[in-house]
Design a binder for this molecule. Structure first.
Ligand SMILES: Cc1cc2nc3c(=O)[nH]c(=O)nc-3n(C[C@H](O)[C@H](O)[C@H](O)COP(=O)(O)OP(=O)(O)OC[C@H]3O[C@@H](n4cnc5c(N)ncnc54)[C@H](O)[C@@H]3O)c2cc1C
Length: 508
């Protein structure tokens, strides 16, 4: 066994602290990192760590716990296929159930012993001579591993808006990714900046408590009704006893969710009538909820349905029609210590400022840490000098033994779990071949990557982002001519993951 010097003490969480060469470092203990860990274990690797800067597992579902948080696609679909949960309390489970599900997966698949929390990864560099990754942790320590997997998610780097004066606000300021449940909101004056998916979930809950709620909208959002209902205990017990019943429900929710993304996003060229129909549905929903015509006008987006993440909610529009809830659309000029001043010079005095401003995806997240591969190629720079690109959403030429699970063109299917399970399938085939050949390294070839990139590029023209009217949507789903969503159906992606040509990789 090869040993490398470790520069300082390791803060462990059930991990045996050694300075040996690890099989792998996985960055991120969310569902992505846990899926990768399960796959590594299946492939026979047992000497790896999952590092996370947080002090617990679950990623998104540990960090986010704002009021109203719930999944926005059915829980039967938003879960690992190989680990169904019969006990979802609703069709769209609340956030805390997802955290419990993450804990359950970690326990059942014996993943906790690999996890090391409160550990921030700063960067990783491929050491060509030793053929290992050197992974730099905040504090100066370096881990060495044969494989590096980054599972840092798309929505994990909170975005603080660049509004003059925001840092001088004198009241309480809360980002939705860091909710403070001890802060009492009852009867107070609150402003929410942002009207994305998170805000749509949060605003109805806040409105129940506060005396005045002002919502600052930059970009209106299409909201459609959410089909949601509690799942009675008796039905949960039935699902546990007869899992096939839940499989049938999952089949239905999978098909419907997949239909949504494949029509409204991927194949807009042929099925734009779906987008038009969904926009009409949203308008009807708004009409039924809001009496004020001017308010409806201000809430109506001027871009196509499908440009942004689909938003389901039954209370958002109704809440905005309540007398103590106010929608501001004239743009924020600055934040004063006691309130928010809009471009037309009006000031609203508040006690609490809620930043529902989401996450920095393209700048802070691609990649989330500095990654330097073979010949000193810097991933972030290379992506920006060339196009954002990844082979099958996971690997990049010049980055041997590296998989990036939250890549451009990575997202596939309606549920994040579809994407993660496709990545797991990809890993299974790749690591299976490595084992067969008794090999130590893999690297996707430049030709395979270019071929794949060209194939995707040809399909971009069918997507709503480029064929529809998305210019004013400020959607994080695309930037320039690059997208988060892979322009391929779930079926094609599964097939690719199961059958990609093994000589697309140089395996040695
Ligand atoms: C509020 C919210 C609701 C969502 N709802 C849905 C939904 O309904 N359906 C859906 O399909 N998707 C949804 N998503 C997307 C969601 O992010 C994924 O579904 C999924 O949970 C992401 O899993 P992940 O493991 O890839 O990333 P994450 O869960 O984001 O985990 C990434 C982990 O990496 C860690 N990390 C990042 N950088 C570093 C670093 N430098 N060093 C150490 N650790 C680091 C983070 O601390 C985090 O724990 C939602 C996202 C958010 C934010």
């Amino acid at each position: 066994m090869t040993f490398y010097p470790a520069s300082g003490p390791l803060l462990g969480y059930g991990v045996t602290v050694t300075s040996e060469l690890l099989d792998a470092v996985i960055v991120g203990a969310g569902f992505g990192g846990m899926g990768a860990a399960i796959e590594l274990k299946r492939a026979g690797y047992d000497n790896f760590v999952i590092v996370d800067r947080e002090d617990d597992l679950g990623g998104t579902w540990y960090v986010n716990h704002y009021p109203g948080l719930a999944v926005d696609i059915p829980s039967t679909t938003y879960s690992y296929w190989f680990e169904p949960n019969p006990y979802w309390s609703r069709l769209h489970a609340p956030g805390e159930e997802l955290k419990r599900y993450a804990d359950h997966v970690a326990d059942k698949y014996d993943l906790r012993r690999f996890m090391r929390f409160s550990t921030t990864v700063e960067g990783a560099r491929w050491d060509e001579d030793a053929q290992v990754w050197r992974v730099a942790l905040a504090g100066g320590e370096t881990l060495s591993a044969r494989f590096l997997v980054t599972a840092t998610g798309y929505l994990s780097q909170p975005k603080i808006p660049d509004i003059p004066g925001v840092e001088n606000f004198g009241g309480k300021m809360i980002h939705t990714a860091n909710w403070d449940h001890d802060h009492r909101l009852d009867g107070s004056r609150v402003a929410v900046i942002g009207t994305g998916v998170t805000a749509v979930q949060l605003i109805p809950e806040l409105a129940k408590k506060v005396s005045e709620l002002t919502v600052y909208q930059r970009t209106a959002i299409w909201v459609v009704p959410k089909v949601d209902f509690p799942i009675p205990r008796a039905v949960q017990r039935l699902f546990a006893r007869l899992p096939v019943l839940q499989r049938i429900l999952r089949f239905v929710t999978d098909v419907l969710s997949e239909f949504g993304i494949s029509t409204a996003v991927l194949n807009y060229r042929k099925t734009s009538f779906v987008n038009a129909g969904a926009a009409q549905l949203s308008k009807a929903h708004m009409f039924m909820s809001i009496r004020d015509k001017d308010l409806r006008r201000r809430l109506t987006p001027d871009y196509e349905f499908g440009c942004k993440r689909t938003t389901f909610n039954n209370d958002y529009y109704r809440t905005l029609d309540r007398p103590h809830v106010h929608l501001e659309t004239s743009g924020i000029e600055r934040i004063d210590p006691d309130g928010v001043v809009t471009a037309d010079g009006r000031k609203v005095v508040i006690d609490t400022l809620v930043l529902a401003t989401g996450f920095d995806l393209w700048e802070a997240n691609f990649p989330a840490i500095e990654v330097v591969g073979r010949d000193g190629r810097n991933l972030g720079k290379w992506w920006r000098d060339n196009h954002f690109q990844t082979y099958e959403g996971v690997s990049i030429p010049y980055f041997p033994n590296y998989l990036n699970l939250s890549s451009p063109y990575g997202f596939t299917g309606a549920s994040y779990f579809t994407m993660m399970e496709c990545e797991m399938r990809h890993m299974r085939r790749l690591f299976g071949e490595m084992r067969c050949r008794n090999a130590g390294t893999f690297e996707v070839t430049e030709q395979a990557n270019a071929r794949y990139f060209n194939e995707l590029s040809e399909r971009l023209g069918d997507m709503v982002y480029f064929r529809g009217n998305c210019a004013s949507s400020r959607s994080y789903h695309f930037r320039g001519d690059a997208t988060i969503v892979r322009p391929k159906s779930r079926r094609d992606t599964v097939r690719d993951a199961d059958r990609f040509a093994l000589d697309d990789y140089a395996i040695g």
